[in-house]
Design a protein around this ligand. Structure first.
Ligand code: PMV
Length: 328
């Protein structure tokens, strides 16, 4: 181990992703191993850019998020893992910027830890392949393993540390889809962090076991839909899977509730759009926002319909995003 490395700085960008088959529950919390696989779409509208500088002059890691000093615990723990792997002892300065509301259920931990994994590993002198990078990012946040890749992405549950990585899934649907993101309540910080909330669900929800039995079946349906380019089948399983995840969390004691009245109004609006023949399916994560899977051609119609729902403060249309990249 050497503590005398010269200053080394790398900037990386990563897009957030939204799961179509959700990750909700861990097999091993120390290694952050998921209890089941998941499947997501990387989004180009939600981007994190992170610069990591290993600087021998630093006595401790310094983390800045969106211009303010941030709670360094998770990022420092992550940097410790990178240092151990690279055989260095140098502390780092991390400057990270999100172009969307942080910690509000908009997957900022996914793009954040994917960008951190790429920038920190490179700055530390490691040259990891995409799978190893994905498994490393998973230690920061389970969903971050998927943000290493662009487009549709499948996360594997392991069982070992090295086997719990994500990989891209090709589909004729990739250039046909859009995600419409309806922000509810201005992107305020979420009520329960996903890490604690999924552990609480696993420990107390009578529906957690049923949830875990459902995920492999939904993954098989989603992967078959992707392979044959069947958006309706993908949308149907995605919406049903999100509702099942939220119901398992709501049945925890005490309940984990992410839905607000506006979220419910949005879910009803999406059902109404479908009744009018529009291709639109909703999904939700650890926050009140509703993301709607739709087509390139129908995205603006969906945006116009959800923009006027009372309590919606912003609506963004996102195309599929690319993989995490080094920018400097
Ligand atoms: O990556 P985490 O620990 O923030 O968990 C993500 C949990 C969900 O967003 C609700 C689902 C998912 O698969 O992204």
């Amino acid at each position: 181990m050497t503590s005398t490395m010269v200053e080394s700085s790398v900037t990386a960008r990563a897009c957030a992703n939204i799961a179509l088959v959700k990750y909700w529950g861990k097999r091993d919390s120390a290694l952050n191993l998921p209890a089941a696989g998941s499947l997501s779409l990387t989004l180009d509208a939600l981007v994190t850019e992170t610069t990591v500088t290993f600087d021998p002059a630093l006595a401790a890691d310094e983390i800045e998020l969106d211009g303010s000093p941030a709670d360094a615990r998770r990022a420092t723990e992550f940097l410790r893992r990178v240092r151990l792997r690279a055989g260095i002892a140098t502390h780092a300065r991390v400057v990270s910027r999100n172009d969307f509301p942080t910690a509000s259920g908009l997957a900022s931990s996914a793009s954040g830890f994917a960008a951190l994994a790429l920038a920190a590993s490179r700055a530390a002198g490691l040259d990891l392949d995409a799978r190893a990078l994905s498994a490393l990012a998973r230690h920061g946040s389970g969903s971050a393993a998927r943000s290493i890749f662009g487009g549709f992405v499948r996360m594997h549950a392991g069982p070992t540390d090295a086997e719990a990585f994500a990989e891209p899934v090709t589909s004729p649907l990739l250039d046909k889809v859009r995600m419409v993101i309806a922000i509810v309540g201005g992107g305020a910080p979420k009520s329960h962090g996903s890490r604690d909330a999924m552990e609480h669900t696993a420990q107390t929800s009578p529906y957690y076991r049923a949830w875990l039995e459902l995920v492999p079946k939904d993954l098989a349906v989603a992967e078959a839909a992707l392979a044959r380019g069947d958006l309706a089948a993908l949308g149907e399983v995605a919406e049903a899977n999100a509702l099942a995840m939220h119901c398992s969390a709501m049945a925890a004691r005490p309940a984990i509730h992410y839905w607000q009245p506006t979220s419910l109004a949005l879910l009803a609006e999406v059902r109404g759009l479908r009744e009018c023949g529009v291709s639109a399916w909703a999904t939700m994560d650890a926050g009140p926002h509703v993301k709607i899977l739709t087509t390139v051609d129908e995205a603006e119609r969906v945006q116009a319909a959800v923009r006027v729902v009372d309590g919606v403060t912003a609506v963004t249309i996102s195309a599929p995003g690319g993989p995490a990249t080094i920018v400097a």
